[in-house]
Each structure stands twice: as C-alpha cells, then as structure tokens.
Design a protein around this ligand. Structure first.
Ligand code: SF4
Length: 307
C-alpha cells in the first residue's frame, strides 16, 4: 500500500467508525497532518472530554491514552503503539505516593499530568505545564506539598511562585538534555532570537536563564502562541524537536532552530501511519483504566480542569 492509499483508508475508516484521531505535537509530521485535533496534554484531555466520536485513536504515549480513557470511559480509546512509554510517568508509582501520604497525612499531592492512572488515583490535584503555576497558587496555604514526578518543572514552579514544595526526583529523558549551558550558548550564537523553553527542561530553574530578557518559558501551546504573536522572526525552540513542524506550518516565513540536535522523544515516534491504520482497522490496542482506579483518578483531573 502506498502512503497515499494508507492515508485514504484511514480517512475512510474514521468516517465509517465515527472515530477521531487525537495527536500530540511530538508525534511524526505525517501523524500530526492526519490528526483531527493536534494538541498538548491539556488540550488533548479537554478534547477527549468534548468529542462525540465513539472511538478515540490516541496518538501519544500510554499515560495520555489512559487520561483520555479516565475522562471518557464510555468511549473506546485505542493506541496505535500501546508500548509507547514515558520516562517521567514511569519514575513514580502509586505505592510511592501511598507511602508519602501515610507519612504526611495533612500533605497535598500535586501530580503533573505525565503520570499513570494509578498515580493519579493517589493525587489531590493534577496539573499540566499550561496550568501548573495556577494550580499550585490556588492551593490552601501552610500545607506541605509534594510535587511529582518532574523535578525540573517543580523547581521552575518553586522559583516562579516562591511556594515551597517537596519535589520528586523524576525527569523527562528528552528535556533533561536541555541544560543551562546549551541554552546560554544558543542565546549567544543567535543574538536576534528569542528562546522558547518548555519548563520540563533542565535549564528552567537556572537564574541566568530565568532572568534573560530573551528567554520565555511555556507549555507547547504557549510556545506556539508566542511565535505567532511576536514581531521577531527567529526562535530557538527548547523542547521536543517535532514541535517545529507545527510552528513552521503556522508561521511559514519565520525561522525555528532546535536548541540541540537529537531533542527527540523516541516513544512518540513509535506511532506510524501503518500502525495507526492497523489499530483503526482492527480496533486493537484498547487502553482501559479499571473502574475502581478511574473513579479516584478522575477527581484530581476534574479539579485541574476547573482551575
Ligand atoms: S517527551 Fe519526555 S515527557 Fe514527553 S512523552 Fe517523551 S519522555 Fe515523556
């Protein structure tokens, strides 16, 4: 089958089965192009809750498909690559949080959305990189907070809000490579460019980067907005490199430079047109969260979506 035929068959099956394709900005360009909705974690969670489609084909890593299933239990959520994992989500377990809560009965657990359903079931509030600052600022004062699992995003929130939190020692193996040294050398090399940094990056709590007048910290949605609205025409992109596909299609006359070679999430690249077609055709790779866990895991997500 040619690529064109594969694309046509996917489109046809989508209509026949009343299916929607949701894809993350870090997936391959051809997956982004065929998606009905392209988004970051927060946008995809919202869309999973809103859609009327009976089948959601979720082109992202496993925890994202789980989140869609938690939000829309009546829908069939399919993953073309169910083994696509995430180093960050895998760094903390439900049991870890259970133990912390037993030792800190008055504490509050805030989990970044990059966590398993089991971890969300022990969580008080979820957040994404889009709303993490608002979620933490909204918490009752004077209570101990445990932020899991991303130490870099946690350190960024602490620096920005001045709110004390205990941080879990997890990181994203992709964003961890974006160090303060790399960010500052790119700022020197491109004096005309802004650097747009995802707060999961290893440079997000570095004083010199935080205070730099050409450094801006955003979720992927924020990076897209800044690039579209800025009068500048050159940007250093300090996040997963595939984000540049959407940036270029939205802003064809602007220039986007990856902060470092190889800032690639290999797990996201496991989704291909071929396994997307196979998944939709055979309705396989279903991701379903057990109801007992789902009922608990939905609460911190709903609190987050309200904020
Ligand atoms: S880029 Fe990092 S946080 Fe995102 S899915 Fe890949 S490993 Fe997980």
């Amino acid at each position: 089958m040619t690529t064109e035929q594969t694309i046509q068959r996917i489109q046809q099956l989508k209509k026949e089965k009343n299916a929607i394709i949701l894809a993350h900005y870090y997936t391959r360009p051809e997956i982004q192009d065929i998606a009905d909705y392209l988004g970051d974690s927060l946008g995809l969670s919202r869309m999973a809750g809103k859609t009327d489609a009976e089948i959601i084909v979720f082109c992202g890593v496993h925890f994202m498909a789980e989140t869609a299933s938690i939000i829309s239990p009546e829908k069939k959520v399919l993953s073309p690559a169910p083994d696509a994992g995430c180093s960050l989500a895998e760094s903390v377990t439900g049991n870890d949080l259970k133990k912390w809560k037993e030792n800190n009965p008055d504490g509050i657990i805030v989990s970044y959305v990059n966590t398993t359903a089991e971890v969300k079931a022990y969580t008080d509030y979820c957040c994404t990189s889009s709303n993490a600052l608002d979620v933490v600022k909204s918490l009752p004062k004077g209570r101990k907070i445990l932020f899991v699992p991303d130490k870099n995003l946690g350190a960024y929130i602490k620096k920005t809000t001045g709110i004390e939190m205990e941080l879990w020692n997890g990181d994203c193996c992709v964003h961890e490579k974006i160090t303060p040294g790399i960010a500052s050398s790119m700022l020197e090399k491109y004096p005309e460019a802004d650097i747009l940094i995802h707060p999961e990056s290893n440079c997000s709590s570095d004083e010199s980067i935080l205070k730099h007048d050409r450094a801006f910290f955003y979720s992927t949605a924020g990076i897209l907005k800044h690039a579209a609205q800025s009068p500048k025409d050159t940007f250093i992109i300090a996040t997963e490199e595939e984000t540049i596909h959407k940036l270029k299609s939205d802003n064809p006359s602007k220039k986007f430079i990856p902060v470092a070679p190889g800032t690639i999430c290999s797990q996201m690249k496991k989704i291909t047109l071929d396994n997307l077609l196979y998944c939709l055709e055979n309705e396989c790779g279903e991701v379903k969260v057990p109801e007992e866990i789902r009922k608990k895991a939905i609460l911190p997500i709903e609190r987050m979506l309200k904020i």
